[in-house]
Ligand binder design. Structure first.
Ligand code: UTP
Length: 484
């Protein structure tokens, strides 16, 4: 929705008549009256913002979306399952080694998308600054940083961490990292970069005006990643460092392993362009996107686009036929990331209440449309894809809502439950459940990245089960130590 030819050219002052005509013709005549109310600097800035847009495309995009496409058919894709044959088990062993070799050789970068607006959570500020650690109270950023530090320690590389923000939360995110000295990670290995934005419209496709003087804009979705990787020179940085694969995860899932050797190895051995992890969908109504085969390509269908009867279909073993719940964790090969241009991914519409200026110039909530690109729309462009099934309890507990399902409370409980399972395996005593219903135990990624590492490190550990337990390495940025 930006002019493709010359998005950065300096705005020429348009001759009043043709410009006004063009606005009227594009159904944006309401902007003219507003422009009249502005002083020269604000007027100039808004004119430049409007001039940079492809006005025709905005309305076209909206009407294309409203037309509704012919419903596609969906088939189960080929997957690498949890229940494996002996042959798959042998491949998994080789893949884990291949993934570890990639990490040791510094050929992997961590990539987190954290530019969302956290509307459902009703959280002001970056979602990554939300505290969810069940004992430590650490934030999502700190939890991921702990795992990244643990991975770097285990494999010895200077693996970089790229964090995508949006213009609305970029400064606050940078501040959060700075205040805690990048959570103990070397500053030169952490790059925080903003994604792009697109203007929002009302239901008739008219651009909305913000109280600040410009247009109402919103982040261009996690699929905006590909554009931002280019425009913010992240691809350049990754190329310089010899990065071959990006380990992509979303900031709102504290359980996700930040770089899984098995996943990376399967992806690399298969020479896949983009791979995805999934968990078995719980029941037909679960609100999770599904990885499917459609038109001979792997893709992801949103739960809202799956007819309920199709969602409820069972296979010969009584399992949901389409059960491959996308957990938004991807391995992306560098050449593939570099080959995707922003316009390769379609816009999706999200109808939302949007704060904007009403006809009388006062701010109101307008029922409007925000446009977003989705990362999983790159999947059908991949020649090879690995779909790896993982345990939900070990890897997926996203924070989406303020309360109830997929909330900070369920994420904290899932982290504690994982730690409790590891404690039990290691024969360590557990403190009794606290008021929230789970034993107050937590393991930082600095202490152990997975059960196997935990069992090694937990041998001989003395635990006092009368107190909450948080196992961590010394955290230099906060002065805290392992406590038990
Ligand atoms: P969601 O789609 O769940 O959006 O993002 P959200 O912003 O967190 O929450 P709602 O929908 O407003 O309630 C999944 C992941 O993608 C990132 C988010 O930060 C989160 O990690 N994301 C989303 C972006 O980085 N940019 C975007 O434009 C949208």
């Amino acid at each position: 929705m930006t002019r493709r030819s010359s998005p950065s050219r300096s705005p020429r002052r348009p001759r009043a008549k043709p410009f006004a005509e063009r606005l009227e013709a594009a159904g944006q005549g309401h902007l003219l009256a507003h422009l009249e109310t502005l002083g020269p600097p604000a007027r100039k800035a808004l004119l430049a913002e409007i001039e940079a847009l492809d006005l025709g495309e905005i309305r076209d995009a909206l009407s294309r979306m409203q037309e509704g496409a012919k419903p596609p058919t969906f088939e189960p894709p080929e997957v690498f399952p949890l229940r494996r044959t002996a042959e798959q088990e042998a491949l998994a062993r080789a893949a884990r080694e291949a993934g570890e070799a990639l990490l040791r050789a510094g050929k992997v970068a961590f990539l987190t998308v954290a530019g969302g607006q956290a509307t459902r959570l009703r959280w002001e500020g970056p979602k990554g600054c939300l505290p969810v650690g069940p004992v430590s109270g650490r934030t999502l950023f700190e939890i991921h940083a702990g795992k990244i530090a643990g991975t770097r320690r285990r494999y010895g590389g200077s693996l970089p961490w790229y964090v995508m923000t949006s213009p609305a939360n970029h400064e606050a995110t940078v501040r959060a990292f700075e205040e805690k000295s990048c959570f103990g990670l070397p500053k030169e290995d952490v790059r925080i970069f903003p994604q792009g934005t697109v203007p929002a419209v009302d239901l008739e496709g008219r651009l909305l005006l913000a109280a600040s003087g410009g247009l109402v804009r919103s982040p261009d979705g996690h699929g905006g990643l590909f554009g931002a990787l280019r425009s913010q020179s992240i691809l350049e940085d990754a190329r310089r460092r010899g990065v071959e694969h990006l380990s992509y995860f979303q900031v709102d899932n504290p359980l996700i392993p930040v770089a899984d050797p098995l996943f990376l190895g399967l992806h690399a051995l298969r020479r896949a362009d983009m791979s995805a992890k999934f968990v078995a969908k719980r029941d037909p109504a679960e609100k999770v996107g599904l990885l499917v085969l459609t038109g001979g390509r792997v893709g992801c269908v949103e739960y809202s686009d799956l007819p309920p009867a199709v969602a409820a279909e069972r296979d010969g073993e009584g399992r949901l036929r389409l059960r491959f719940g996308n957990i938004a964790c991807h391995a992306i090969s560098f050449p593939f990331a570099a080959s995707i241009s922003p316009d390769d991914l379609p816009f999706h519409r999200a109808e939302k209440a949007i704060r904007a200026l009403g006809p009388d110039g006062r701010e109101v909530l307008v029922h409007g449309v925000k446009f977003e690109r989705f990362i999983f729309d790159a999947l059908p462009r991949a020649r090879e894809v690995v779909l790896l099934e993982v345990e939900r309890e070990e890897e997926f507990s996203p924070v989406k809502n303020a309360s109830g399902e997929n909330s900070p409370a369920t994420a904290a409980a899932a982290m504690a439950a994982q730690a409790a399972r590891w404690f039990a395996k290691a024969g360590l005593p557990l403190p009794p459940p606290g008021p929230a219903g789970f034993p107050p135990v937590e393991v930082s990624g600095r202490f152990a990245l997975d059960e196997a590492e935990f069992l090694e490190r937990a041998a001989g550990l003395e635990i006092d089960p009368r107190k909450p337990v948080f196992l961590d390495e010394e955290a230099p940025w906060s002065g805290s130590r392992s406590r038990s």
